[in-house]
Design a protein around this ligand. Structure first.
Ligand code: NDP
Ligand code: MG
Length: 383
């Protein structure tokens, strides 16, 4: 049987690891054709050895001189600019799990590959919005969302129950769901990167704690499923067993229940719905399981309100929201701003950006570059 040739962009990260753990149990079916990282070359080479990978890509040029790692065994792709060259005629599946917006260019090239792509990275979807869907359709590229909420919707929509009224995505509420405003002001980096349910990379963990992640995910859903603004909303569900609901006109909602584990959405890239993952996962009702659902308190978590408005305005605004967040999260990581400033400064800066620049309904790549440049020179970090 022909193996499924797979390329994993961001193989050294959290989504990369979940992908590899599926492949590890299915080496007879899946071949890892290529892997990439930013700078964690040691981990990349360890993965390459375990999975017999021939093509490796890393971003930092200086790493090339590393003599200890015996790099001449591999076909090397240096710099994200060259990462698209890992894709070959025989590639079947691509996993795009590089974090953040810096892999923007690569993302656009991959979308033109005509392959099946599992997209974990939400930042690029938010910034490129409609363009992603247009380009992927034009090049016959199949997009499978890996973000758990969107993957749940993707699976649910395979059951054709007719037109739905709206989609709901759930949020665990993050580590600070019961914090008051005062406590939120004093949150430390260590607290913010420890998510109660998911084990994820630093940036998305902070986004979950501020609830920016849920704001982003509503925008992501709007683009992926071509929704009107009133067709998407979010609620708190601390147990993270229901990831999304599809709501119908007759008052019925459908959901898929599964424990919070990225291996489930990722496995949809390789297998049919009911394929066993070699008993790696517990079923939902092993032991006591409580399912709770609450409204989000937008006073303590204003990211949801701001995000909803950004989604409605559209155009360049989702990108600006996203880009500002990336800058502000980095400032929080460096200890330059408080946790609550990540969201409040975003709102202040968005207002300033669009007081001085007009919104553009279908932004081109250069519009995005120009606005980034403007923001880099005009960012306010003192209120
Ligand atoms: P991690 O921080 O754990 O991993 C990021 C990966 O991207 C690493 O392999 C890293 O390499 C690589 N990388 C980072 N920057 C660059 C760059 N400039 N050029 C090339 N490679 C780069 O992130 P996650 O795995 O948690 O998340 C990945 C994406 O998936 C994010 O966009 C996130 O929002 C999304 N996502 C994640 C979920 C999760 O459960 N973790 C759930 C849903 C979505 P290195 O190791 O060398 O730094
Ligand atoms: Mg998610």
């Amino acid at each position: 049987m022909k193996k499924i040739n797979t390329i994993i962009y961001g193989a050294t990260g959290s989504v990369g690891s979940s992908t590899l753990s599926i492949i590890n149990k299915n080496k007879k079916i899946i071949n890892v054709e290529g892997i990439t990282c930013n700078s964690n070359l040691e981990k990349l080479v360890t993965i390459a050895k375990s999975y017999n990978v021939k093509k490796i890509g890393f971003n930092e040029n200086s790493l090339k001189k590393n003599n200890n790692l015996n790099l001449n065994k591999y076909e090397i792709f240096n710099d994200t600019k060259n990462f698209h060259k890992l894709i070959s005629k025989k590639t079947d599946v691509i996993i795009f799990a590089i974090s953040g917006l810096s892999s923007f260019d690569l993302f656009l090239k991959i979308l033109k590959s005509g392959k099946k792509i599992g997209i974990a990275n939400k930042e690029c979807i938010i910034s490129f919005g409609k363009k992603i869907i247009t380009v992927s359709k034009k090049y016959n590229t199949e997009i499978i969302p890996l973000d758990s909420e969107h993957n749940s919707i993707y699976q649910l929509l395979k059951y054709n129950f007719g037109k739905y009224k709206s989609l709901t995505i759930t949020a665990t509420g993050g580590p600070f769901i019961n914090f008051n405003k005062q406590q939120l002001n004093n949150v430390t980096l260590k607290q913010a990167i420890k998510h109660p349910v998911w084990n994820m990379g630093k940036k998305i963990s902070i986004d979950s704690a501020t609830m920016m992640n849920k704001a982003f995910e509503m925008i992501e859903a709007k683009f992926l499923f071509n929704l009107k603004d009133h067709e998407i909303n979010s609620i708190i569900h601390p147990q993270a067993i229901v990831h999304a609901l599809v709501n119908y006109e007759n008052g019925v909602s459908t959901a898929i229940l599964n424990r919070p584990d990225m291996k489930i959405p990722i496995s949809s890239l390789f297998f049919k719905f009911n394929h066993s993952l070699s008993n790696q996962l517990n079923s939902v009702f092993d032991g006591d399981t409580k399912l709770e659902f609450f409204q989000i308190d937008e006073k303590r978590f204003p990211a949801i309100r701001i995000g909803y408005n950004v989604m409605k305005q559209g155009g360049l605004m989702p990108h600006v929201f996203n880009y500002l967040n990336e800058i502000l999260v980095n400032l929080f990581i460096k200890g330059k701003i408080r946790f609550t400033d990540i969201v409040s400064l975003n709102e202040i800066n968005i207002e300033k950006v669009f007081n001085k620049n007009s919104n553009i309904s279908n932004p081109k790549y250069n519009d995005i570059k120009d606005i980034n440049n403007w923001i880099d020179h005009h960012l306010i970090i003192n209120k």
